[in-house]
Design a protein around this ligand. Structure first.
Ligand code: CA
Length: 245
């Protein structure tokens, strides 16, 4: 596949990145449909992997915000998928909820210390599952589970795609919106250009690192239009971070 084809595909799937992206790794067709339906109704973008190997490929292609991972999977067991994701620096903190069939498996999850953030035992109610998903996201990625994020004098509304600063509307392009939406989820944390490319543009798009500088520049200009304090910090040779007042 050419870079251009990849970029086209990614931009179509990432057009509205404000929805949290949940990757469901499960081989039971009926459960897959139930999870897809319920998570979509709850505002998640849902993709499905039917086995462990496919799950790892899909995570490489585009990092999910949360992974629901079945224990018993074809090709590569869920526990091994979890272990491999935890072994990589890029996915070490990726929220993972294990779905297990038996309570003995829960004991093994605990005993093996695979690094899963939570687990649910089948059969589970969708209400319980959705509550667990929200709880894990809230703990690990605060702000992501909510429609609106307010940090200092900046407010990001994911439903209407509006941004306010001190109550006044800030007009942003789609890339600047995603960039702000990502940075505001981790106030004060420094991201390299490569990390921002991965998170905002997708890891399978060929974009030069300095493209990030261009969009950060535009975001700054829009946010500080009336001479406000600049909430974006440039960290020499490291990257960018956002810390609203
Ligand atoms: Ca299974």
């Amino acid at each position: 596949m050419t870079y251009q084809a990849e970029a086209t595909r990614t931009s179509s799937t990432k057009k509205v990145a404000a929805k949290p992206y949940a990757l469901v790794v499960e081989d039971e067709a009926a459960l897959v449909e139930l999870l897809r339906y319920n998570l979509q109704a709850d505002g998640y973008e849902v993709e499905i992997a039917n086995d462990g190997e496919e799950a790892l490929l899909m995570v490489d292609e585009r990092q999910p915000d949360i992974v629901l991972l079945d224990w018993m999977l074809p090709k590569l067991a869920g526990i091994e998928v979890c272990r491999r994701l935890r072994a990589r620096s890029s996915t070490r903190n990726l929220p993972i909820i294990m779905l297990t069939a038996k309570s003995e498996e829960v004991d093994r999850i605990r005993g093996l210390d695979t690094g899963a953030d939570d687990y649910v035992v089948k059969p589970f109610s969708m209400t319980e599952l959705k509550a667990r998903v929200r709880a894990v996201l809230r703990r690990i990625r605060p702000g992501l589970a909510d429609d609106k994020v307010i940090a200092g004098d900046i407010e990001v509304d994911r439903t209407s795609h509006r941004v306010l600063r001190n109550g006044a509307e800030v007009h942003l392009g789609p890339t600047e919106f995603r960039l702000l939406d990502y940075l505001i989820q981790h106030p004060g944390r420094v991201f390299s250009r490569e990390q921002l490319l991965d998170a905002v543009w997708g890891s399978d798009v060929y974009v030069e690192a300095r493209t990030v500088d261009v969009h950060v520049g535009r975001l700054r200009k829009a946010l500080n239009k009336h001479g406000e304090h600049d909430p974006i910090r440039t960290v020499r040779s490291a990257g960018y971070s956002l810390k609203p007042e």
